[in-house]
Design a protein around this ligand. Structure first.
Ligand SMILES: [Zn+2]
Length: 127
């Protein structure tokens, strides 16, 4: 199991006991290191560190990956999103566990679990 570091630029500046590490008499506050982190796609130890990163790098990141320069439009062709009927009563009413929903036409179509889990599966044909 490999440990990874929190990517928060100021993680080491927050005074918590778990960040205080090192030999007795020479302890320092250090960036958190964990096998699994729950925030920001597994890159940050908490929402504060995630927010610090965003404040520092958001403009650079947006410029790097492509700044939106005109409004996107939700149309019939790109409005499909996957949904799950989580509750038992919905399934007892005959609703499918997984379905795909069009936010413009309100049409619903059942999905198999494999289609639901497949991140490449979509009915969208436009951006
Ligand atoms: Zn952190």
């Amino acid at each position: 199991m490999s440990l990874k570091y929190c990517q928060g630029p100021d993680c080491h500046t927050y005074h918590t006991q778990d960040r205080l590490k090192g030999p007795k008499g020479n302890k320092t506050y250090q960036t958190r290191r964990r096998s699994h982190m729950y925030y920001g796609s597994g890159n940050f130890c908490d929402t504060k560190c995630q927010h610090d990163w965003l404040l520092k790098y958001a403009t650079k990141a947006v410029d790097h990956f492509g700044r939106l320069t005109k409004a996107k439009h939700l149309t019939e062709e790109n409005a499909w999103s996957k949904r799950e009927n989580y509750w038992n009563w919905q399934r007892e009413n005959g609703e499918p566990r997984y379905y795909i929903y069009n936010g413009v036409t309100k049409e619903q179509r059942p999905l198999t679990e494999a289609q639901y889990d497949d991140s490449n599966y979509t009915l969208n044909t436009g951006e």
